[in-house]
Structure formats: C-alpha cells, structure tokens
Design a protein around this ligand. Structure first.
Ligand code: ATP
Ligand code: MG
Length: 552
C-alpha cells in the first residue's frame, strides 16, 4: 500500500470533510512545545502529526513556544527545540512564535472579562484555593471575593501587574461555576503573581497567565483551524471553549485529542528525563541513551527513521504502549538499506600470514555497500599482519563454527582465503597470535584446490588502520514500565546500559567518518561517529538482529 492509499486516520477524515464543506479554507496547525526541556520521541509524534497534516492538505504549521511558566523555561531549550524540528525535516510557517508575544492581548482580555463580570481578583492563597475547589464528589465553595466589584478587581489586577503584592497572595480567577462537575470550570486561575525573569519578555511582567488561559487564545490569535493535543486535555476543552465564547477572539479553533505515544522500556516525560540529566544518570539531554530527538540524532538515528516510525504507529483516539522494538526496526531497516559498510574489530587478535612476504602490501577494493551503487568503493590495505576478532578464532571447533580454526580455512571479507596453522599463547595460556597462511589467488575466487573456506569474517590491516573508542549501548531501563506500581523509576535504570571498548580497530576509511553518519560495522551492528567528542569515538546505533515481528 502506498502512502496515499492508506486509510485516512480520524484527523485526516475530519480535515478532508472540513475542506469539502468549506468549513475550513486553509488548514493551519501548530506544534506548541513548552521550552522546559528537550523534545522526546512523544513530541516527534506530535510534530509529525501537526506538520504532516499541514503538508498533506496544503496548509501551514506554526512552531509556537508555550512559554507561560518562566520558572522552568530557558533560551537553551528554545534553541534545542528549533534544531530538532528542523532536523526532522519540517519547516514552520513564518517566524517562530511565542505565547509571550501575546501577553499584552491576554492582559486586555483579562480586563475585558472583569468588566463583563466574568472574572475577579481573589485573595485566597494557593492552599486555601485548593480547599475551596472541592473534589470530584463535593462541589466547591465560593471565594469570599467572588462578588468583588469590577472596579476594585481592575485596580487590584493593575497593582498585581506592577509588582505591589507578594507571590501567592492574590490571583485573577474566571467566574464560571463552583458546582460544576468539571473541576476545570470551578473559577479557574487566569493570572498568578510570579516575580520571575522571562527568557523573552525580561522583567516586564510580575504576573503570568495560566496555561489554560493562554493556550486556546494563542491558537485563536494565530488562526489555527485544527488544534490538536493529547487526550489529557479533553477535560479542559469546555474551559477553552468558554474563553473563546467570552472573549473578542479573531478566530475559533476546534480542539481534537489523540492518544499520546508511550514506549516500553522508555520514559517519555520531560520531568523524568530532566531528573536523569540532573542526577547524572546520563551525560546530558543528548546522551545517546536518551529517548530525546537530540539523543537519537547523536546515536545515529536518521530523520527518515523517526518519521517512518511515527507513520507506522499511526494516530488513534486512545492511549497505548508501543513496543520499542518497532522503533529499533525502523532505524535498522533504514540503515540496512542506506548505511555504508565498514570493517571493525572490537577485540583484536593478531594473525600473521607466514607465506605473505614481509614488507609487501597491496590495496584491495570492496563495494561501499551491497545495497547502494552510488557509494564509492572502499580501499582495503592488506599486508602480512592483520587483526581479526578474538571471537572468530578457535583452536578446535565443531562444524557449526564457521570461522577460523586450526587446520581449516575461512575467508577474510573482500580479501584472501586463509588457513590457520598455529596459536601462540602467553604464559597465562591466552592466545595472543595466530599463525596462518594465505591461499594464493583467492581474492574474489574460490581456492584452485577445491577446498572451500568456512564462513567470511571481518579483519583490519595491522599496518594501516583506524584506532578508536566504541560505545555499546543497551536499553536505559531494565523493565518494560519503569517506575510502575509506585516505584521510583530511577530504581529501574539498567546499570549496564553503556559499555566502552577503548581500543577498537577499524578500516582506514573510518578516519574520515562524518559525525552522525551511519555505518554498518559488518557482523557487529550499526554505528556512527560521535558528534561531540574531539577524538574518534563511535556510538552503537542498534544491533543487527531484529526482534520486532512485523504484523502479517
Ligand atoms: P511532557 O509530559 O514530557 O512534559 P508535555 O506535553 O508537557 O510533555 P509540551 O512541550 O507541552 O510537553 O508538548 C508539546 C506538544 O507535544 C503538546 O501538544 C503535547 O500534546 C505533545 N506531546 C507531548 N508528549 C507527547 C507524547 N508522548 N505523545 C504525543 N504527543 C505528545
Ligand atoms: Mg505540557
């Protein structure tokens, strides 16, 4: 099935219908992150969805920072988020937008509600306000200030804005319904006093709008037609609609909810990811083990693989948990088709080819990848001494072991067939060298004597190679649902998620590897050069074996 033959998801159906009935002229969506952390794989789903719908229906998608809570936000996060969205391959309409650039309008709208008798300044502190709010089974109690005159509230709001009152001592609340079954409608807070410096507006404001008072109005100001959010905001919809009905907004967006992405063996909450960073469990937001877009990028995931994954999981109206093996399948599939091949030896064992003349070398040539004709051929220097992996040699072995064994033959990938004669050991009995012979005239050919080699192994020339560090990764969490059952999720961190091979050897061309560019290290897995380290370091992207069973 091609892209366009796939059945439409529920949002695509809605939009198709809105365009057909001319309810919508041009589709406008937005991706609205709060700049309080790096984006994670769940955000990738929202990005692909919002930008994808705009692309598909000839519309536009805004990138808007929902920056109403300066205490937790930073410019560095703004920059990281922009980079991630661009890297995924999406282009936002016009300039980046900020909720904070609408603060003047929100303030006027707050005054408007007060004048209409639909908002008041309340003197309850946050704790008292919580008590007054009631519960799911009990109605709330009216604030003692609920009937305060508009005049007085307007004056108090102005003075809150000017910094005359302490944080928590007053708030502006909408006057809706303290008995509503939906707690969001029990006179929600519109403005809080927060004497905070803001990354965009500096020290201009001492009061900040609540997320609820800002979010829907931002969409209305921007003319967003389809305001798409995750399911937990379904309960807020009546409140957003109340604002839209009671304010002089220029447009009326409609909210649609979809199921958020959860992945097993993974946490997708900025708060928890920040904890991993702050407590030093990982080495920053872009640690290759992190489920952040920056982490995946540094680990060698491609934008295409993340987009493919988001496409595979689809969009539904219910929450679910996706198997992380599906994400791993998406990148493996991409790299199998597209990554250049290279040879690397993680545990080097020297092989001396006793019949190959000392001092002689030659340059062999091998395809860049069996799946890509456009990649240039690689040059493989060959000489009397080569390194193979310790795992690929045994003194004796049964037939199943299709690698180098004494008295048996194996092929060095892209080079000669060799036959092993002897293992040299140190005093401790460890094998430190293998003596072997080259079978003549076997580059690209079978041996003339008809004795075929068993298997093909990777190797690296001793006289000309690249030395580097390799970082092998396992899942960051040991269990499918980190922190389930009220446990601390940090207790489920896998202590062996990183292992370092400090002295790996690779073919010489790896010296020129570009950061984040994927390679298949033959018979080992997929790797890319780290983008932060000065020296040569390769990060494992993913192993070769696929544990994901594609649905039939
Ligand atoms: P977190 O819970 O990790 O802090 P958030 O929802 O608070 O995430 P925002 O910056 O507010 O983070 O999110 C921006 C957009 O991304 C929102 O529209 C939100 O619905 C969406 N989003 C966040 N997490 C997911 C997820 N796991 N799956 C799908 N969409 C998500
Ligand atoms: Mg949020």
């Amino acid at each position: 099935m091609t892209e366009n033959e796939k059945p439409l998801n529920f949002l695509e159906q809605i939009i198709t219908n809105d365009l057909e009935t001319a309810t919508t002229q041009k589709v406008i969506t937005r991706f609205p992150p709060e700049p309080n952390g790096f984006l994670h794989i769940g955000h990738a789903k929202s990005i692909c969805l919002n930008f994808g719908l705009a692309e598909r229906f000839g519309g536009e998608c805004n990138l808007r920072f929902d920056d109403t809570n300066p205490a937790k936000e930073e410019q560095a996060y703004v920059e990281a988020i922009k980079k991630d969205v661009e890297w995924l391959g999406f282009k936002w309409a016009g300039e980046v937008r900020y909720a904070s650039s609408y603060f003047d309008t929100f303030y006027e709208w707050a005054q408007h509600l007060i004048k209409e008798g639909k908002a008041y300044v309340c003197d309850l502190n946050p704790e008292q306000a919580r008590e007054y709010r009631g519960s799911l089974t009990e109605p709330g109690k009216a604030s003692p200030n609920r009937e305060r005159s508009a005049e007085e509230s307007l004056d108090l709001l102005e003075r809150m804005k000017n910094g005359e009152f302490d944080e928590g001592s007053k708030s502006l609340r909408a006057k809706i319904d303290m008995a509503s079954g939906n707690i969001n409608l029990r006179d929600p807070v519109l403005y809080r006093i927060r004497k905070q410096h803001h990354h965009q507006t500096g020290d201009k404001w001492c009061i900040y709008p609540s997320y609820d008072f800002a979010h829907g109005q931002e969409d209305a100001i921007e003319g967003v037609t389809h305001s798409i959010c995750t399911l937990e905001f379904a309960d807020h919809k009546p409140l957003y609609n109340w604002f839209i009905e009671n304010l002089p907004v220029p447009n009326t967006p409609t909210q649609y909810e979809f199921g958020r992405l959860n992945l097993n063996y993974t946490v997708t909450s900025k708060r928890k990811l920040k904890q991993l960073v702050d407590e030093g469990v990982v080495d920053g937001w872009d640690d290759p083990r992190m489920p952040t877009i920056a982490g995946y990028r540094r680990r060698g995931y491609t934008p295409a693989s993340l987009r493919k994954f988001c496409d595979m999981i689809g969009v539904t109206r219910s929450d679910g948990v996706v198997d992380v093996a599906m994400l791993e399948h998406a990148i493996r599939d991409d790299l199998d088709k597209n990554a250049a091949r290279a040879m690397c030896v993680l545990k080097p064992l020297k092989v001396v080819l006793t019949n190959y003349p000392e001092g002689q070398t030659e340059d062999l040539s091998i395809a860049g990848s069996p799946n890509r004709d456009d990649l240039p051929a690689r040059t493989l220097p060959f000489g009397r001494e080569v390194f193979i992996d310790q795992e690929d040699f045994r003194e004796e072995a049964n037939k199943k072991f299709k690698r180098l064994v004494i008295g048996k033959r194996t092929r060095l990938r892209g080079a000669y067939v060799i036959e092993a004669d002897e293992a040299i050991k140190n005093d401790a009995g460890d094998i430190i060298e293998v003596r072997a012979r080259v079978i003549e005239d076997t580059v690209g050919k079978d041996p003339a004597d008809g004795v075929k080699p068993k298997g093909v192994i990777q190797w690296v020339a001793a006289h000309k190679n690249a030395k580097f560090e390799v970082r092998l990764y396992d899942r960051l969490f040991n269990v499918e649902a980190p922190g389930a059952g009220g446990k601390d999720f940090l207790d489920d961190v896998n202590p062996n998620s990183l292992s370092v091979v400090s002295q790996a050897l690779g073919e010489i061309g790896l010296l020129d590897a570009a950061p984040e560019q994927g390679y298949q290290f033959e018979r080992i897995g997929y790797f890319c050069r780290d983008s932060k380290e000065q020296g040569l370091v390769f990060n494992q992207t993913i192993g070769l074996r696929d544990s994901f069973n594609k649905p039939a």
